[in-house]
Design a protein around this ligand. Structure first.
Ligand code: PNW
Length: 485
């Protein structure tokens, strides 16, 4: 029984936010409807071999047409908040003029959420750049940062009277290094110079949008919360006594964590990182004033965490099976200057993504952040979840025991981090629905709700029921404490 799980006996801060997350390109569909034009993911999915099974985001899970039904589902689960993204390619289709019909969709979504008592948690960039802007260089072009601030202003103009929680970027590491260097994500390039330019220009875009939205909100006397979501990891040296592994772990920590955290929170790139990537010209992208722009105060930091990374500086043993790849396109390292780094298995259980399951890593990460960044804003775990090969029972139920355990164990790991002093204010499970899992297409299912890809019917899995019970339990404990106290 899930009620016996340790996570059901934890105490939670009174205003802790329980939610679930999605992203526009992964769920909406209607890729060329309502004035929307190609995003880089629509274009990338048409490249042969780019996405497993030749899948595309064309229809995704048809959320564009089923939005009220999906919000009703969130309500039955008892979610406090719903984290979603707006599609830049829907709001500013060709990268130039604003599409009112696109804004109207998000306006209806926000109204529906507020009507259901659910806090809208909006992300402006979850990887779907208008293809028209990619054709002008995408994030390698500094101009895209200024276009982003205009897009942010357009969304704020339509929703700023109702949306209080704003996230600029989701996981900039993926949309820069995995898209421009590793090439597994759109735009599918293998260009470290462009990749590091993309990193800096996304930081700049974040800073420009923060300044713009803060100014607009202050001017209108509105209280908004601004932040960014990073995917952070513990880069664990495979053999902590081996200097080669320690050096590899330092490099991955620099590229994966500190390249984002330091400019945003401390106003400077780490020196060791700048020297590691010197030949790729990151320094030349940094113009006077950029770091001050980038490090403007934010109100929260979103942390996405799925797994740690066990890092070695030695090649993998020859008999080690290569890790899973979505398609047979050749795999390339997304890490400029640190391509030699390997990630050997340390024997932990793994999900269908081949990602390690290690809830203690999440505790460690959340506690470490507070210790390493004295000016750290409040944290929200904005994504965490797992893909497994679900089996549908004869009665239509999905008994996803592994996902249920994954979620409860990670929630418990967050409670542990809070006990150890981490300032964590919320948890969003990834994902509400099975959806378009980027280069994996529809093959990997992360939803706590199953989607039938023929009928688009939604069926809450056992993990959804467990999550709903957990939320209800956390709230009833609070109510009980309030009465006793
Ligand atoms: C995140 N990695 O992506 C994204 O924010 C979601 O859109 C996505 O569906 C979810 O996690 C599951 O993949 C990631 O390589 C992509 O470690 C890659 C990694 C982590 C997260």
């Amino acid at each position: 029984m899930n009620e016996n799980h340790a996570s059901f006996r934890r105490n939670w801060p009174a205003d802790f936010i329980w939610g679930s997350a999605t992203a526009a390109a992964q769920i909406e569909g209607a890729a060329h409807e309502g004035g929307k034009e190609d995003s880089i993911w629509d274009a990338f999915a048409r490249v042969p071999g780019a996405v497993a099974g030749g899948d595309t985001p064309d229809r995704a899970v048809d959320h564009y047409h089923r939005m009220p039904e999906d919000v009703a589902l969130m309500r039955t689960l008892g979610l406090d908040s719903y984290r979603f993204s707006t599609s830049w390619a829907r709001v500013v289709p060709g990268g130039r003029s604003v599409n009112q019909e696109g804004l109207d969709f998000y306006s209806r979504l926000v109204d529906e959420l507020l009507g259901a008592g659910i806090l809208p948690w909006l992300t402006l960039y979850h990887w779907d750049l208008p293809q028209a802007l990619q054709e002008r260089g995408g994030w390698a072009n500094r101009d895209t940062a200024y276009r982003f601030a205009e897009y942010a202003e357009a969304v704020y103009g339509a929703l700023g009277d109702r949306v209080t929680h704003w996230t600029t970027f989701n996981e900039p590491l993926c949309s820069s290094l995995i898209g421009y260097v590793g090439g597994e994500h759109a735009p599918g390039l293998n260009d470290p110079v462009a990749g590091l330019a993309a990193v800096h220009h996304q930081h700049l875009a974040h800073g420009l949008a923060v300044e713009k939205l803060r100014g607009l909100a202050d001017g209108a006397g509105r209280d908004i919360r601004l932040g960014i979501t990073l995917n952070l990891t513990n880069a664990v040296p495979n053999d902590p006594a081996d200097p080669v592994d320690l050096e590899a772990a330092r490099r991955i920590d620099a590229l994966w964590n500190r390249m984002y955290l330091d400019p945003l929170l401390l106003g400077a790139y780490p020196d060791d990182l700048l020297s590691d990537v010197r030949e790729f010209g990151l320094d030349e992208r940094i113009l006077p004033g950029d770091l001050a722009q980038i490090s403007q105060p934010i109100d929260f930091l979103g942390v996405n965490h799925y797994h740690d990374d066990n890092v070695s500086g030695h090649p993998l043993p020859a008999d080690t099976a290569p890790s899973l790849r979505p398609t047979d396109r050749p795999g390339r390292s997304p890490f400029p200057g640190s391509e030699y780094v390997s990630m050997p298995s340390r024997g932990l259980p793994r999900t269908a993504m081949d990602w390690e399951v290690n809830p203690a890593g999440l505790t460690r990460l959340l506690v470490r952040l507070g210790a390493e960044y004295p000016n750290l804003p409040p944290l929200f775990v904005t994504e965490n979840g797992a893909a497994y090969d679900d089996i549908v029972s004869a009665d239509g139920a999905v008994h996803d025991l592994e996902r249920t355990r994954y979620v409860l164990d990670h929630v418990d790991a967050i409670a542990e981090a809070i006990e150890q002093g981490a300032d964590v204010r919320g948890y969003f499970v990834w994902s509400l629905l099975d959806n378009f899992e980027w280069a994996w297409g529809y093959e990997k299912r992360f939803g706590i709700v199953r989607v039938d890809y023929d009928t688009f019917e939604r069926t809450p899995k056992d993990s959804a029921h467990a999550f709903a019970a957990l939320i209800a339990n956390a709230k009833s404990q609070l109510a009980a404490t309030t009465i006793v106290g």
